[in-house]
Design a protein around this ligand. Structure first.
Ligand SMILES: NC(=O)c1ccc[n+]([C@@H]2O[C@H](COP(=O)([O-])OP(=O)(O)OC[C@H]3O[C@@H](n4cnc5c(N)ncnc54)[C@H](O)[C@@H]3O)[C@@H](O)[C@H]2O)c1
Length: 348
């Protein structure tokens, strides 16, 4: 049987590159399409053919479809910084919604009628009930969340396409043994920001990621068990399993659907700090404290029972694994060189 090609937009980025690898391991050919506006060529080329271009360029996307005849697409390409989206909303709507819409319509016209979409818990905003179910009210509180929600809706409006929107909660961890890991620039996620100063990352990296004064914990007065914000963390390799299952669901004739992806367990920032002390053997570590950030809800936990029931997905990796694999990745020369080069390029 010929190997089926799967388009992976944004596959040179953090999550897309791990999932391209999972596709390869599952016997598919991942065809990565990425503008490298954020991602890295080495990540895009890791698991299959890589084509450099923009999802909003219909001629480019159409040519990649003609070349590889993919049977489905996984769509990761997007901008992901909530804070930046507040300052530059037009840039977020243009990239995440309008270009995504061009991408969906172009691939559908080429016969690619199955799409798995990277959505986010940000579509729910500040939920009234926790754990959050897929039926909860959709009330994003920032342009990032709104742009992702409108892209989801645009995808479902394309005639003849069956799609799965996977709404992730907090994604963490890495696959350092495969030469892959979280390489965001800037980096706003909790675990890398905690880990990098503790593993004594090079000064150039700490400076570039605004970590020179160490890690700061935002808010200790939330109505949670220890006063810090509670989030639901899922390992990027467990997320990869969910994508393969969602893809197989669509290839098997499954109807358009939406699934939350999280562990179903909440960890407070204080608990993540405690786990990091243990995993990295730094019992002395005491984080800096800063006021709450505007728009950060107290508690976000997924109800992912629907993904467990319908897709038969089960996350296996815990917080210690996410911290340890992230630390191992951030110690690699590839990570260090990539971020130092990006910092240098940003200065000159
Ligand atoms: N990281 C998380 O914790 C998280 C949580 C929820 C949802 N998501 C979603 O997952 C997806 C991937 O996130 P990530 O953390 O891997 O981000 P990332 O920035 O590492 O990867 C995104 C990739 O998309 C590419 N890209 C962006 N715009 C493009 C365009 N117009 N054309 C072609 N390529 C383009 C970038 O170059 C980059 O390689 C995003 O859609 C995001 O909304 C991420």
């Amino acid at each position: 049987m010929p190997v089926e090609a799967i388009l992976v937009s944004g596959g040179a980025g953090y999550i897309g590159s791990h999932i391209a690898r999972a596709l390869k391991l599952a016997g598919f050919t991942p065809v990565v399409l990425d503008s490298l506006v954020k991602g890295n060529r080495w990540a895009g080329e890791k698991s299959g053919p890589f084509r450099h271009g923009d999802i909003g360029d219909a001629a480019f996307v159409g040519a990649v479809c003609d070349e590889f005849r993919p049977v489905a697409a996984l769509h990761f390409a997007a901008f992901i910084e909530v804070g930046e989206s507040v300052v530059k909303p037009d840039m977020y709507f243009y990239n995440n919604r309008d270009k995504a819409n061009i991408f969906f319509k172009t691939i559908a016209a080429k016969g690619v009628d199955k799409i798995v979409f990277s959505s986010t818990a940000a579509v729910y905003g500040e939920p009234k009930e926790v754990p959050i179910r897929e039926t909860a009210a959709l009330k994003p509180i920032n342009p990032y969340g709104q742009s992702k929600l409108e892209a989801e809706e645009a995808m479902r409006a394309v005639p003849g396409v069956n799609s799965v929107a996977l709404r992730y909660f907090n994604v963490a961890g890495a696959a350092p043994e495969a030469g892959l890991g979280e390489t965001h620039y800037p980096e706003s996620h909790l675990i890398p920001r905690l880990v990098l100063p503790l593993i004594e990352a090079p000064a150039a990296i700490l400076e570039a990621l605004n970590l020179k004064c160490g890690f700061k914990l935002f808010g200790t007065d939330y109505p949670t068990r220890d006063g810090t914000a509670v989030r639901d963390y899922v390992h990027v390799l467990d997320l990869a399993d969910a994508h393969i299952l969602a893809l197989r669901y669509l290839l098997g004739g499954g109807a358009t659907n939406i699934f939350n992806l999280g562990s179903g367990e909440g960890y407070s920032v204080g608990e993540i700090v405690a786990a990091t002390r243990k995993v990295l053997n730094r019992p002395d570590f005491a984080p800096g404290i800063a006021p709450r950030r505007a728009g950060d809800p107290a508690t976000l936990i997924a109800d992912s029972s629907k993904a467990r029931r319908v897709l038969r997905w089960a996350p296996h990796r815990g917080i210690a694994d996410m911290i340890a694999s992230a630390a191992a990745w951030h110690r690699t020369q590839l990570y260090v060189d990539t971020v130092v080069n990006k910092a240098h390029a940003a200065i000159v």
